[in-house]
Design a protein around this ligand. Structure first.
Ligand code: ATP
Length: 344
């Protein structure tokens, strides 16, 4: 049996069914990321697991125990919020020890646990400061430290990095990954950032509209998305999805029968742009983005199809230039009219 098991979990806000019968098994020690567009229900699902919202249907089991209606404080889970939720007038040390003190843990044990967490998080020299004397990244580490000292069965993170700037976000992401490697704690992490999802997760859960669209390892989702939604949600730049009727007959004829009326999906690295050539697809360069290590070339065709190609080499091409596209259909994903993958 899974360590944390969700069975037919339901949540209504008034008439609105925000979570629609979610089934999910999470193993002990796993790092699972909930990802999806704004409003898909990822925070709600996390809050249901945390016990911060009432579960309206289904069953939640942790380590063999039914916790569906157990109060949050009795669930043995620790949540780290986007807003950090630190006590402003307490020192870092007091913030980190607060829950243990409430639980009447021995002062010597508290000292040991806080010092240990501070060492892991590089906070040792900041223990006497108050939150306002810390940077955003340091505050976030205190919030994580507060969760660590409790040694919960499961760590829950709700968009913990979204208040940090890009550089700090990248750095803190690496720290969270390291922390998980060191502690091996079961972790559920909510983000709308698919790069965070891809880099942190053992398994990613893609949500849309209160429903799970797909669950898989990051590379499973990238290489074998189940549908157009997942295909375009995972990967930057987005997968090119082009209606078959915008492509020349030569390409259309390679589509499987079920894809008739549907679309072709190609990752940007599966499209090559040539200055001249005899490929069936021709177009005009709209934009070149030279990012240093890679170059993105945006092309549109007379039939209205739009492509972005990614290459490691730099390019002499520029906007307005006529080009040919080399499309490797052996790397294509084929979608039917409903967006389901019917071949690759
Ligand atoms: P975001 O990335 O924007 O935070 P999310 O995927 O976390 O989005 P949720 O916050 O879980 O989405 O919201 C899911 C749906 O439930 C949305 O339609 C939202 O408007 C609705 N919702 C969330 N909380 C409440 C609430 N307390 N009362 C009413 N509706 C709510």
């Amino acid at each position: 049996m899974a360590y944390l098991q969700l069975k037919g979990i339901e949540k209504f806000f008034g008439e609105h069914r925000a979570i629609k019968g979610i089934d999910l098994d999470i193993q002990q020690g796993e790092f699972v990321v909930f990802v999806g567009p704004s409003g898909c229900g990822k925070s709600t699902l996390l809050r249901l697991i945390a016990g911060l919202e009432r579960i309206d249907g289904g069953q939640l089991t942790l380590d063999g125990k039914n916790i569906t209606h157990l109060p949050s404080s009795k669930r043995d889970l620790a949540m780290v919020f986007q807003s950090y939720a630190l006590y402003p007038h307490m020192s870092v040390y007091e913030n980190m020890s607060f829950a243990l003190k409430l639980a009447k843990v021995d002062a010597k044990v508290i000292e040991e646990k806080v010092q240990n967490a501070a060492r892991i998080l590089n906070l040792t020299t900041y223990l006497q400061r108050t939150p306002k004397e810390l940077s955003g990244g340091q505050r976030q580490r205190v919030a994580i430290g507060r969760a660590i000292v409790r040694a919960p069965k499961v760590f829950l993170f709700d968009e913990p990095l979204s208040n940090l700037d890009a550089a700090l976000r990248g750095q803190t992401r690496v720290e969270i990954a390291k922390l998980h490697r060191d502690l091996g704690a079961t972790t559920i992490y909510v983000t709308h950032d698919q790069v965070e999802a891809m880099t942190l997760a053992d398994r990613v859960v893609v949500l849309r509209d209160g429903v799970i669209e797909q669950v898989g390892t990051p590379l499973e989702l990238y290489d074998r998305p189940a549908n157009q939604f997942v295909a375009q949600f995972i990967g930057t730049p987005q997968m090119n999805v082009v209606p078959l009727n915008q492509l020349p007959p030569l390409v259309q004829h390679q589509a499987p029968a079920d894809a008739v009326g549907g679309a072709i999906g190609l990752r940007p690295e599966s499209v090559t742009v040539q200055a001249t050539g005899h490929t069936p697809v021709t177009g005009t360069v709209d934009l070149v983005e030279a990012l240093g290590a890679e170059t993105l070339i945006y092309v549109s065709t007379p039939s209205g199809a739009q492509f972005v190609a990614r290459q490691n080499e730099r390019t002499q091409l520029h906007a307005g230039e006529a080009v040919s596209l080399d499309i490797d259909t052996s790397l294509a994903h084929w979608f039917d009219t409903t967006g389901r993958v019917v071949g690759r």
